[in-house]
Design a protein around this ligand. Structure first.
Ligand code: PEP
Ligand code: MN
Length: 342
């Protein structure tokens, strides 16, 4: 439920209210407005009696049932857009970010080369999988901790924060030790133990939409991370399964405006995994930008033809440079900017 306080509520009444919320088994989530403060009391659906009880407490103006099953992800509890900040840029509320790099970390030379040109062309975050969730157990599984160390080295040289996938709860600790952002992949988007562990890590989480997930399920997955006390979640539309076979997945561009009406969290597009073929990546990325995405995560490899995973969809350096230039031209028309940091 949402508790709206009266404009002049005393400090004492406010503190009593928070204590009462906790004593009833709810977690208070405070959101300061211009004249009023909203307190989201997060927990089980409240009974009418409990709502009446809170309505009668000093300093309370209104008690409203939160209509959505996701609470912390909703605009009702968090009326301002969330903005995540990194040394190289921001995402959300008019700020656009680009994360780019290879599908998987394959060697020192490969990741350092990619990181250098991602930075040179204006990318703000380096991606690269060290633990790869592969459909086949015989396919390249990633370099593991060695890959994490190489990503950290690339960050050290370029200043780019690093996003990399964590595939199981017991790996959260080691991935969080090296990475700036934890990626949860499409195949793990409803791995609730993993969502909770990532939520508890204190690191921002980049959550991909599962390939058969409704948007409500996607928001509930984000709610698992948020409810661990971690407010820094980015939602990524990366394509869903449909009957169409000409692309790897179908990029659900409409997910962007729909999610934006439902949540304050930044929404990104991953055109690479939707496309499956590099020729479609730039148009899909631009479609996502035009639809209102707050960022993209895109695959690029110094030598895509030789990539050990997702070879067909990774951009060459020249194509990545072209994508960056075209995004740069499109953003002003959308009243968005890429804040370039350190
Ligand atoms: C990836 O980003 O390399 C990846 C495996 O993505 P997804 O989980 O969206 O398939
Ligand atoms: Mn990939």
């Amino acid at each position: 439920m949402l508790i709206v306080t009266k404009p002049g509520i005393t400090k004492e009444a406010f503190e009593n209210l928070l204590a009462e919320i906790e004593s009833r088994g709810y977690k208070p989530h405070v959101s300061e407005g211009e004249s009023r403060t909203l307190i989201g009391a997060i927990g089980a659906p409240p009974t009418p009696e409990l709502m009446e009880h809170f309505r009668a407490l000093p300093g309370v103006e209104q008690v409203i049932r939160i209509s959505k099953p996701y609470k912390l992800a909703s605009w009702e509890v968090h009326p301002e857009p969330s903005v995540l900040e990194f040394p190289t840029g921001k995402t959300g509320d008019g700020y656009f970010m680009v994360a780019a790099g290879p599908c998987g970390v394959e060697s020192r030379e490969q990741i350092l080369t990619a990181a250098r040109y991602v930075r040179k062309h204006g990318g703000q975050m380096l991606r690269g999988g060290a633990f790869k969730p592969r459909t086949s157990p015989y396919a390249f599984q990633g370099l593991g901790v060695e890959g994490l160390k190489l990503l950290a080295e690339a960050r050290g040289e370029t200043g780019l924060p690093v996003v990399t996938e964590v595939t199981s709860p017991d790996l959260v600790e080691v991935v969080a030790e090296y990475a700036d952002v934890l990626q949860i992949g499409a195949r793990n988007a409803q791995n609730f133990a993993l969502l909770k562990a990532a939520g508890g890590s204190g690191k921002p989480v980049l959550l991909k939409r599962g390939m058969s997930m409704t948007l409500d399920e996607f928001l509930m997955a984000a709610e698992y991370v948020l409810s661990e006390g971690n407010p820094n979640v980015v939602l990524v539309e990366r394509g869903i399964r449909t009957f169409e076979k000409s692309t790897r997945f179908t990029l659900d561009v409409s997910a962007v405006p729909v999610l934006k009406t439902q949540t304050h969290l930044p929404v990104w597009i991953d055109p690479s995994h939707a496309a499956g073929k590099r020729d479609y990546v730039i148009p899909l990325a631009l479609a996502g930008v035009a639809a209102g995405a707050d960022g993209i995560i895109v695959e690029t490899h110094p030598n895509p033809e030789a990539a050990r995973s997702d070879a067909a969809q990774q951009l060459h350096e020249s194509e990545f440079a072209e994508l960056m230039a075209r995004i740069g031209r499109l953003l002003p028309a959308l009243e968005k900017e890429m804040a370039v940091g350190a």
